[in-house]
Design a protein around this ligand. Structure first.
Ligand SMILES: Cc1cc2nc3c(=O)[nH]c(=O)nc-3n(C[C@H](O)[C@H](O)[C@H](O)COP(=O)(O)O)c2cc1C
Length: 359
């Protein structure tokens, strides 16, 4: 069994995670394994209550289910089995069953964040249907697709407020740039963090980005209005594509973010199978989680808190939901595009065998 578990885990970790933080470790037992969260891996300001990391765990768990089914196992997932152990995200038990063909398994390694501009072609009825079907497959949450170009433009502008906040707030700026991986050599050595080549920047944009990484230079660039220019240019990028998507849950409990991650992963694999690209855009959402919990740290000024609140409200309004009736657990754009010009690597997952440790 150990061999099968390791095989499944080794491929499941190709799930997405905030800044490729891969916030997980595994403990094997007789008929399954425990998945633990590594709470210091992702950017803290974007990870209130580990909500971003829990979305990543959801993607990982969905991959486990798909891969195990293909190996002839049915997966039972027990989320947060021990209330005293908050880092224990799931107990996974595998039971022998029939081997099933899982077409989405073929796309686990191919799935990637694609930050290129997308074509502005509309979704066909069939494509829309196929994407929406993933919600029934998970059996939880809601998926809203925003397709109207004028509405997408407004949602893109609201989402890009995040860039102004990151580039103008020292603590957030420090946390963000600490995770950037600048060269291919560094990417191959570290295998975690936000690899700059996946950001699809033009050479002048990359130069400005590099300058921005130094806080003193960022302060000057900000005075010259560059943070707003970056936001404007990203808003134009975010508005490209066939649709923006939002995954909604009734409330922001931890389990719901894991389920949101499962839904996102299924949708992303399905989109990849259909030849489509996906790009999560989550800064405003996750900063808002912190604001709603009244845990605003990191030197966000009152006017910035207000800016994020307004941007979030705009997205809520465009999606046609009421803020008191739901939590946006994920937000992204979808569309057709050239494949990404670079991919992020993965660390060798940390796997401990409980049996071997005890004996
Ligand atoms: C919860 C979550 C939030 C994310 N937010 C963003 C985001 O706001 N902007 C972005 O460009 N990518 C975002 N990503 C994508 C990650 O940066 C990406 O998954 C990671 O770097 C690994 O790359 P890959 O998806 O190509 O494997 C997010 C991913 C997750 C799981």
């Amino acid at each position: 069994m150990e061999k099968i578990f390791k095989k499944i885990i080794g491929k499941a970790v190709w799930a997405a995670s905030g800044d490729n933080s891969q916030p997980w470790r595994f403990v094997l037992e007789n008929d399954g394994f425990y998945i633990f969260n590594l709470s210091d891996r992702d950017i803290p300001l974007y990870n209130w209550g580990q909500r971003g990391s829990l979305v990543a765990h959801g993607g990982l768990i969905e991959n486990v289910k798909i891969l195990a089914s293909q190996e002839g196992y049915e997966t039972k997932v027990n989320l947060f089995p021990d209330p005293d152990e908050t880092d224990l995200v799931a107990q996974i038990s595998l039971e022998k069953s029939e081997k099933k063909r899982e077409p989405l398994a073929d796309f686990i390694r191919e799935r990637a964040t694609n930050r290129r501009p997308y074509q502005n072609s509309a979704l066909t009825d069939d494509q829309r249907q196929q994407l929406l079907m993933t919600v029934d497959e998970i059996g939880a949450g809601r998926l809203i697709l925003l397709e109207d170009p004028a509405q997408r433009k407004l949602a893109a502008e609201a989402s890009s407020v995040n860039e102004i906040i990151v580039l103008e707030t020292p603590e957030l700026h420090r946390q963000f740039f600490r995770h950037v991986v600048w060269t291919e050599k560094e990417e191959r050595a570290k295998r975690t963090g936000l690899y700059v080549k996946t950001l699809e920047m033009t050479p002048p944009q990359e130069l400005i980005f590099k300058l921005f990484s130094h806080w003193r230079a960022a302060q000057i660039l900000n005075k010259l209005g560059f943070s707003k220019l970056v936001a404007k240019s990203n808003a134009e990028l975010y508005a490209t594509g066939a649709a923006m998507g939002a995954i909604i849950f009734t409330d922001n409990r931890a389990e719901n973010f894991v389920l949101a991650g499962r839904l996102l992963q299924r949708l992303w694999l399905k989109a990849t199978q259909m030849g489509m690209s996906l790009h999560p855009i989550t800064g405003v959402l996750f900063l808002m989680q912190r604001i709603l919990a009244q845990e605003v740290a990191g030197g966000l000024k009152p006017e910035q808190v207000e800016m994020i609140g307004r941007a979030h409200q705009k997205i809520v309004d465009l999606l046609g939901i009421r803020q008191d009736q739901g939590t946006i657990a994920m937000f992204f754009r979808l569309g057709f595009s050239q494949p990404p010009s670079a991919h992020s690597s993965r660390l060798q997952p940390e796997i401990v065998n409980l049996q071997k440790t005890i004996s």
